[in-house]
Design a protein around this ligand. Structure first.
Ligand SMILES: NC(=O)c1ccc[n+]([C@@H]2O[C@H](COP(=O)([O-])OP(=O)(O)OC[C@H]3O[C@@H](n4cnc5c(N)ncnc54)[C@H](OP(=O)(O)O)[C@@H]3O)[C@@H](O)[C@H]2O)c1
Length: 255
């Protein structure tokens, strides 16, 4: 029977690439996000490539909306084997002393409480599958701080804490927990969201960087971890572009 994979934040970037990739790996994908028009396009694309997927409108900050995602998972055509908590992002690059409370609130709500809410709602189905996998897309900001990144790093540190805690708490039960920590990934929207739609600021993040990661690179890591035999638990996978030796050490050509 086809296994079901749920991907949150599937309407763009890493989530969309992961949905495409998992469908190609044979999962029936529930692609969840708020922008259903984009999800509909993604489902068409997956089907044209020979896979299967269902679009599910879901706001991870809403209990009711996440309950709808859990109901869609129950109705899906197979055991719910994989949850990829990917919905998230950054807002602002301000120092702690002047960071906007609203930005911090948004980052905590979507990245942290969103992951918590969706994981709680889907854990029964994942466990019932007999071989469940929870992926949490955190970040290298989940273990390293940088100037201006206080709110994002705080949220990603919290997601990392959820992954580690959950792995301990689920010990002895058939659900593994995998944390994916990407460094610099050039996606279409991450920088736009961070900088309130300012395309120049978003582009400057990647200026001169020879080859930042792209969404498909992270999807590849997620798919590899999720398709290992179930007794193999990749606790944490850290992935950066070659040009980024560390958070603060980025090779930029001509700079
Ligand atoms: N790009 C990077 O450099 C990088 C590096 C490390 C980690 N990450 C992490 O990787 C994940 C994906 O990033 P990305 O670069 O692919 O960013 P992105 O293109 O901006 O994608 C973010 C996704 O999250 C969804 N989302 C936002 N708020 C939501 C909500 N309330 N409910 C449901 N979905 C919501 C968005 O969909 P809707 O707006 O349609 O709801 C979108 O699909 C994030 O967790 C990010 O923190 C990114």
């Amino acid at each position: 029977m086809t296994s079901v994979a749920i991907v949150t934040g599937a309407s763009s970037g890493i989530g969309a690439a992961t949905a495409r990739r998992l469908a190609a790996e044979g999962f029936h994908v529930l692609a969840a996000a708020r922008r259903t028009d984009r999800l509909a396009g993604l489902v068409k694309e997956i089907e044209a490539a020979g896979g299967t997927a269902t679009a599910v409108a879901c706001d991870v900050t809403s209990d009711e909306s996440v309950a709808g995602l859990a109901a869609a998972a129950q109705a899906a055509p197979g055991p719910v084997a994989l949850l990829v908590n990917n919905a998230g992002g950054a807002r602002g690059l301000d120092p702690v002393e002047s960071g906007a409370i609203g930005d911090w609130q948004w980052m905590y709500d979507v990245n942290v409480l969103g992951t918590l809410r969706v994981t709680q709602a889907l854990l029964p189905a994942l466990e019932a599958s007999g071989a469940g996998t929870i992926v949490i897309v955190s970040s290298t900001a989940g273990f390293t701080v940088y100037e201006g990144g206080g709110g994002y790093a705080a949220a990603k540190h919290a997601q990392t804490a959820i992954a580690g805690t959950l792995r301990l708490e689920l010990s002895g039960r058939p659900v593994r927990v995998i944390e994916i920590d990407p460094g610099m990934v050039r996606t279409d929207e991450f920088g736009l969201v961070r900088f309130g739609g300012d395309a120049d600021k978003a582009a400057a993040t990647y200026a001169g960087v020879p080859e930042p990661l792209v969404a498909e690179d992270v999807a590849d890591c997620i798919a590899w971890c999720a398709t290992r035999p179930h007794h193999v638990n990749v606790d944490r996978l850290v992935v950066r572009p070659l040009a980024q030796a560390a958070q603060h050490k980025v090779h930029r050509v001509g700079q």
